[in-house]
Design a protein around this ligand. Structure first.
Ligand code: GDP
Ligand code: IMO
Ligand code: MG
Length: 452
C-alpha cells in the first residue's frame, strides 16, 4: 500500500514531521519532485534533523528513493548523507538513473535570471538552488541525468553540447562574467567522480521497477511531496512558483508507478493552521509583511505585530535560506483548491499550538472577485491579487500541555481548537488523520493510521 504526503499550501506545512510520524510502518520513502530547495524538519526527543534531499524516512532507518521526477545536486546529497552518518545514522538512499542533475551553472543562472526579473516584479524569490534552470534543461532535452554520471562518454558529449550554450546565455544575453561553473573540463572531472561514488555505493536504481517490486512484495511505500500546491508549476500562483508538481498526480509520474497505484492508496494533505510564504507573490490573507505593509498593498498593517508573534512562536524562518517567512491567516479557498487537485483522503493539520493564547483566530473563508463570491483560488495571479477576502472569526483556545494532549488523544484538544479543526475538515470534506500540537514526534495527536 502507498501513502502520498502533499503540501496543501505554500510549503513548510510540516510534511517532514508527518512522514516521520507514520514512518514506523513504512519500508520505503520516495521523493517524486523537487530538489534541495526543500527543507524538511524531523524532531524527536532532543534531536532535530533538517533534510533537503534525503527522504525523511532516513531518520527511522527506512530506505529512501529520489525518483525520476527529482532534480539532484550530488554535492548536497553526499554532504547530507555524510552529515547524517556523522550523527550515527546510516542512510540507505537510492537515486533514479532518470533523475536530472543540478550542475553549478544551473545555480548561477538561477541567480542571474532572478536578478534580471526584479525590475518587472517577475522574480519568484527562489532558493537559488538551480531548480528552475535544471527543469528547463530536462524539458529542453539537453539535461544531464544521474545515469549519465555513470557513463563518462555520455557525460562528456552532453557537457560539450550544453555548456557553450549556457556560457553564451550568461555572457551574451545577461551580460554576466562566467567562471569554472561553465568550464567543461572541470565539470567533467567533478561529476564523473560523483558518478563513481554513486556506483561504488550502489545507489542508482530504476525507480519505478524498484518501487513496484517492493509494493508487490507487500511493503509499505510513502511518497514524500516537497513544496506545496500553491507553488505547483501548473496549479499554483504562476509565475511565483517552483518548477515542479508537488501535487499528488506527480507521485506517479515522478517515481514510475501507475496513477492507479497512488490512487489505491491514501493521499494526505498537510495543512498548517495558518499560512506562511517565503518568496514573492500574492498572499491575500497576509498579516502585514516582514517590512510592514501599507493598506494600499491590500495588507492589514495593524496585524503586523501579530505576524511577528506567530513568526517567532512558530519559528517561521526558511529551513533552506533562513529567510523570515511571511505570515497570514489560513486561506480556505487555497486549501479547497489543493484538496481537489490532489484528491485528499485525509488531513494532517499542524501548528494549532502556535495559535494558542489568542482571543480570536481568523480564516479567509471565501473571496469576492469582481463582484462574485468564489470558494476556490482563481487561475491567474492577477485575479488572485484582485480577490477580497471574506473572513470568519473563531474564538481562541488556551495554551495546554501539548504532549499530554497528544498522549490522551483528539478529545483532549481544547474545545475551540476542535471547532476550528472540524470547520476545516468539513470545508474540505476530508477526515482528520493527525493534528500537530508541537514540532516533535510526540507532539502529534494521531487520529488515523493510514497503513493500518
Ligand atoms: P516541511 O517543509 O513541510 O517539511 O516543513 P518545515 O520543516 O520546513 O517547517 C515546519 C516547521 O514547523 C519545522 O520547524 C517543524 O519542526 C515545525 N512543526 C511541524 N509541525 C508542527 C506543529 O504542529 N507545531 C509546531 N509548533 N511546529 C511544528
Ligand atoms: P518545502 O519542501 C517553501 C519557494 C521559493 C520561491 C519559489 C521558487 O520545505 O516545503 P525554487 O528555488 O523552488 O525555484 O523557488 O518556491 N520554495 C519553497 N517555499 N517551502 C519549500 O519547500 C520551497 N521550495 C521552494 O521560496 O518562492
Ligand atoms: Mg520546508
Amino acid at each position: 500500500m502507498t501513502v502520498t504526503i502533499v503540501g496543501s499550501q505554500l510549503g513548510d506545512e510540516g510534511k517532514g514531521g508527518v512522514v516521520d510520524l507514520y514512518g514506523d510502518e513504512v519500508d520505503v520513502v520516495a521523493r517524486y519532485q523537487g530538489g534541495d530547495n526543500a527543507g524538511h524538519t524531523v524532531v524527536f526527543g532532543e534531536e532535530e534533523y533538517k533534510l533537503s534531499l534525503v527522504p525523511s524516512g532516513a531518520i527511522r532507518g527506512k530506505v529512501g528513493v529520489l525518483g525520476n521526477g527529482c532534480v539532484v545536486n550530488p554535492e548536497t546529497l553526499f554532504a547530507e548523507i555524510d552529515g547524517l552518518r556523522e550523527r550515527g545514522l546510516d542512510p540507505d538512499v537510492r537515486v533514479a538513473e532518470r533523475a536530472h542533475v543540478i550542475l553549478p551553472y544551473h545555480r548561477v543562472l538561477d541567480g542571474i535570471e532572478e536578478t534580471a526579473k526584479e525590475d518587472s516584479d517577475l522574480d519568484a524569490g527562489t532558493t537559488g538552488r538551480g531548480i528552475g534552470p535544471t527543469y528547463e534543461d530536462k524539458i529542453g532535452r539537453r539535461g544531464i541525468r544521474i545515469g549519465d554520471l555513470l557513463d563518462p562518454d555520455s557525460l562528456r558529449t552532453k557537457l560539450e553540447y550544453v555548456v557553450p550554450q549556457k556560457r553564451a546565455l550568461a555572457e551574451d544575453v545577461f551580460g554576466a562574467t562566467t567562471d569554472e561553473a561553465f568550464d567543461i573540463g572541470s565539470l567533467y572531472e567533478q561529476y564523473r567522480r560523483y558518478g563513481e561514488r554513486l556506483a561504488e555505493e550502489e545507489m542508482t536504481v530504476n525507480a519505478g521497477g524498484f518501487l513496484t517490486e517492493r509494493i508487490e512484495a507487500g511493503e509499505n511505500v510513502m511518497f514524500e511531496g516537497a513544496q506545496g500546491t500553491s507553488i505547483d508549476i501548473d496549479h499554483g500562483d504562476y509565475p511565483y512558483v517552483t518548477s515542479s508538481n508537488p501535487t499528488a498526480g506527480y507521485a506517479a509520474t515522478g517515481t514510475g508507478v501507475g496513477p492507479t497505484v497512488v490512487g489505491r492508496g491514501e493521499v494526505i494533505g498537510i495543512v498548517k493552521a495558518y499560512l506562511t510564504r517565503v518568496g514573492t507573490g500574492e498572499l491575500p490573507t497576509e498579516l502585514g509583511s516582514v517590512e510592514g505593509q501599507t493598506p494600499e498593498d491590500g495588507g492589514r498593517p495593524e496585524m503586523a505585530d501579530l505576524a511577528t508573534e506567530i513568526r517567532d512562536e512558530g519559528g517561521e524562518y526558511g529551513t533552506v535560506t533562513g529567510r523570515p517567512r511571511r505570515v497570514g491567516w489560513l486561506d480556505v479557498p487555497m486549501i479547497r483548491h489543493a484538496a481537489r487537485v490532489s484528491g485528499f483522503t485525509g488531513l494532517a493539520i499542524n501548528h494549532i499550538d502556535v495559535l494558542a493564547g489568542m482571543d480570536e483566530v481568523e480564516v479567509g473563508h471565501s473571496y469576492d472577485l469582481d463582484g462574485e463570491e468564489i470558494l476556490t483560488m482563481p487561475p491567474t495571479s492577477k485575479q488572485w491579487a484582485r480577490c477580497e477576502v471574506n473572513y470568519r472569526r473563531f474564538d481562541g483556545w488556551p495554551e495546554a500541555d501539548w504532549e499530554a494532549v497528544a498522549a490522551e488523544g483528539y478529545d483532549a484538544i481544547p474545545e475551540n481548537a476542535r471547532t476550528y479543526l472540524e470547520y476545516i475538515s468539513d470545508e474540505l470534506d476530508t477526515p482528520i488523520y493527525a493534528v500537530g500540537v508541537g514540532p516533535g514526534r510526540e507532539q502529534t495527536v494521531i487520529v488515523e493510521t493510514p497503513f493500518a
